[in-house]
Design a protein around this ligand. Sequence first.
Ligand SMILES: Nc1ncnc2c1ncn2[C@@H]1O[C@H](COP(=O)(O)OP(=O)(O)O)[C@@H](O)[C@H]1O
Ligand SMILES: CC(C)(COP(=O)(O)O)[C@@H](O)C(=O)NCCC(=O)O
Length: 313
Amino acid sequence: MSAIERDHAYQSFSRAQWAELRAAVPLPLTEPELERLRGINESISLEEVEAIYLPLSRLLNLYVYAKQRRGDVLEQFLGRKPSLGPYIISVAGSVAVGKSTTARILQALLQRWPEHPQVELITTDGFLHPLDELQRRGLMGRKGFPESYDIRRLLEFVRDVKSGKGAEAPLYSHLTYDRIPNAVQRIHQPDILILEGLNVLQSSVDYPEEPHRPFVSDFVDFSIYVDAPHTLLKQWYVDRFLSFRDGAFKDPNSYFHHYAKLTHSEAAKTAAKIWDEINGPNLMQNVEPTRERADLILSKAEQHQIEQIRLRG
Ligand SMILES: Nc1ncnc2c1ncn2[C@@H]1O[C@H](COP(=O)(O)OP(=O)(O)O)[C@@H](O)[C@H]1O
Ligand SMILES: CC(C)(COP(=O)(O)O)[C@@H](O)C(=O)NCCC(=O)O
């Protein structure tokens, strides 16, 4: 392998260098697993899964295993029962960078390893305040900004899960653009929890109402930031919006149902405006500044191809 570059905090791998590590992955993908991955996102290339995500799942498996062993040693020394809390992996990044796709691919790959078959996935959008609350507080143009989340509830959730207690996460619907009333995802002692959201690397200073509380990252064992140039992010956001217009927005229950009637170019303009007024500024002010807190930074280029991997340490 050619020389791996490093700056003071990260070792940096090119796509080709990282892909070479695939050879060291002892578990190749089986046909049913490939099918399942295709089901997560039909536009993801399987070459990308094998070159990037498979080696990443091996790295994470080694970290989880080391943490489990270390925990066992400590508990044995202290004469206590082993902890029932999961290994927590967070996935951060801009709206539309592919956090939820990345998290779902990792979930599928990590649960193949015999040491940790139960891998749960939680998205932090369930912890956005409900729509009526956002309206009441005048925050409809601030969805995704720190003040739009019920951070206290998110923290309680992560703390309870980490301490081995059962916990419930509220669920969000992109269709109704709101929390789903009376629906929760129950988490009970998984081996691994993947926590995905814009805000998982933010610190308590981003939440002036909660200045003295611990923060989500205090409970996270390994953090990932998915990065991409702003021009691509905006394009991916607009493309996703246009595909929703041809699908989900047609549903009369959709919050954006009125957008289904727009022409292609009107819809593209609307999406670009939402990006420029909400998601773009949030990226610059609150999301991107947290990037260098991550243990691993995945940098994407055209077509969601990962071109560079930076690993702390
Ligand atoms: N690895 C990938 N390959 C191809 N398309 C992808 C990939 N990851 C995400 N996408 C596409 O990019 C858009 C945003 O992805 P999504 O996972 O919904 O992002 P986020 O959760 O960050 O908002 C979606 O249209 C999705 O299909
Ligand atoms: C719910 C979100 C804050 C979170 O985004 P995600 O976690 O899906 O990347 C975002 O999808 C959102 O609704 N932003 C507000 C502006 C908009 O895109 O409608």
